[in-house]
Design a protein around this ligand. Structure first.
Ligand SMILES: *Cc1c(COP(=O)(O)O)cnc(C)c1O
Length: 464
């Protein structure tokens, strides 16, 4: 049988790899050079070109260089320009340079981060990154955890540990015997809980609907007086950083008594917990260190690139109890095995980018991203307020909600803005009010970006 590539030698492999790496770096540099200038949302023409990439699977090989060329030509223009400084949708940041560089290197290494023996580098760096984040958040020295794909899986992992801990204490082995017949667990959440946490409860068999929702105030913070009685069969979920308003549940007022009840306290701090890095904003995170578990994201406020979430546990053995697997070919003793704390087995070494970004930014660099984006959010809010529009939230961190007068006018303003392309903001419904949502999450946003975007928003509002 003839080989499709007769010259399959070590030299030819090395040459092909060197060429593709040089070409991809060149396309990437070209892409980033345009990131600040191009329309933030892709043009309809660029999106209309995508079917050219979506034909039948070819029967025969194509040169990798030709594939990459086509990908850059047709794929790049139909991306959303997160890397420029004027994307304010969801809570999406850019990627700091150290994360970008490390991502290229780590993909080149092609490591499987499941076990120490598969990648000592990946195992050491993710453990280090977890320790650094626990320190940044002021968490107990015992804290350990896992690097997962995002806050959804971080919530899932922490809640799996919570389920194991509470049921173990009640004499039930949930990992082996499942939930049928188990003592019931009550889950308490704030009424403005993030939808991903509800999804995690569903995946864990704890039920999307079998929850107690605590009423909240106008900012989305739990009302302390409305908390139900907690006990050692309760998981209480607090939120640090509401995805719309950026508000924080009053942890300092809730946590000491909640801890005494024996409840497991979980914190969804996907982006808000990073406020702990700032001398000006740390007070917002007061009290959260008393919790049992914390979920956060590397790919939101710290700008570490997709995908990167972190699950943190005061007593990491509960996560291990929920996540570890046994197989004849697996070593069980020795140092921390990443997969024993992780919902996944084989996975990419995303802890390396996390390590690189934290190593590069340091405490001051993280605080600078948090403080600068918060200042930009305040500038948006004060200017739009001065122009006569209503700001629906207290701008405590990087989130702003703007009401342009009526739901129809607000939605039309958002549509005009997205179409015009200077910047990108989404819409939301906040406690019955239709609003434009501005989330300033990128390290790459400049003062000039904010002024250009403000002008574009005002133009869009006049058009609407
Ligand atoms: C974004 C977000 C999540 C979900 O995070 P992913 O990384 O998208 O999975 C959960 N909770 C809050 C508060 C968030 O802002």
């Amino acid at each position: 049988m003839p080989s499709p590539n007769p010259a399959h030698t070590a030299d030819s492999i090395a040459a092909t790899r060197a060429a593709i790496l040089a070409q991809s770096t060149s396309h990437a540099a070209d892409y980033l050079a345009q990131a600040h200038a191009r329309p933030v949302a892709p043009t309809p023409e660029a999106v209309a070109d995508l079917p050219a990439l979506c034909g039948d699977l070819p029967d025969h090989p194509t040169a990798p260089s030709a594939v990459l060329q086509q990908l850059h030509l047709l794929g790049s223009p139909a991306t959303v320009a997160n890397s420029g400084g004027r994307y304010f949708g969801f809570v999406n940041g850019g990627m700091v340079p150290a994360a970008l560089g490390a991502a290229i290197l780590v993909n080149t290494w092609d490591q499987n981060a499941a076990f120490q023996v598969q990648s000592p580098t990946a195992a050491a760096l993710e453990a280090t990154a977890i320790r650094w984040i626990a320190e940044l958040f002021g968490l107990p020295a015992s804290t350990g955890g896992a690097v997962v794909t995002g806050a959804t899986m971080a919530n899932f992992s922490c809640l799996a540990a919570a389920r194991n801990a509470l049921l173990t204490r009640a004499g039930w082995d949930v990992e082996n015997d499942g939930l049928f017949g188990a003592p019931p667990i009550t889950v308490v959440v704030g009424d403005e809980v993030h939808s991903s946490l509800i999804k995690a409860l569903g995946m864990l068999g704890l039920g999307r609907r079998r929850i107690i929702r605590v009423p909240v105030d106008s900012q989305g913070r739990m009302r302390i007086n409305s908390l139900p009685r907690l006990d050692d069969r309760t998981i209480l979920c607090l939120q640090a950083g509401n995805v719309n308003t950026g508000s924080f549940d009053p942890a300092a007022a809730i946590l000491p008594a909640a801890r005494d009840s024996g409840a497991w306290i979980h914190v969804d701090g996907a982006f808000g917990l990073w406020a702990a890095t700032s001398d000006h904003l740390r007070h917002l995170t007061a009290g959260y260190s008393l919790a049992d578990s914390w979920a956060t994201d590397g790919h939101k406020w710290p700008n570490i690139g997709y995908d990167c979430g972190i699950a943190l546990l005061r007593e990491p053995q509960w996560l291990k109890a929920a996540m570890s697997i046994q197989a004849a070919y697996l070593q069980q003793d020795g140092p921390r095995e990443p997969s024993q704390y992780n919902p996944e087995l084989s996975r990419r070494a995303r802890g390396v980018e996390l390590w690189a970004a934290l190593r590069s930014l340091g405490r001051a660099g993280l605080a600078d991203i948090v403080d600068r984006t918060t200042a930009h959010a305040q500038r948006f809010a004060s200017s739009l307020h001065a122009a006569g529009f209503r700001i629906l939230n207290d701008v405590v961190i990087n989130q702003v909600l703007v009401d342009f007068g009526s739901p129809a006018h607000t939605l039309a303003t958002v549509a005009h803005l997205q179409q015009e392309g200077t910047c990108w903001c989404g819409s939301t419904l906040w406690q019955g009010h239709t609003a434009m949502r501005i989330s300033v999450s990128s390290w790459a946003t400049t003062d000039a970006d904010v002024e250009l975007s403000l002008a574009a928003i005002l133009r869009a509002a006049r058009q609407g």
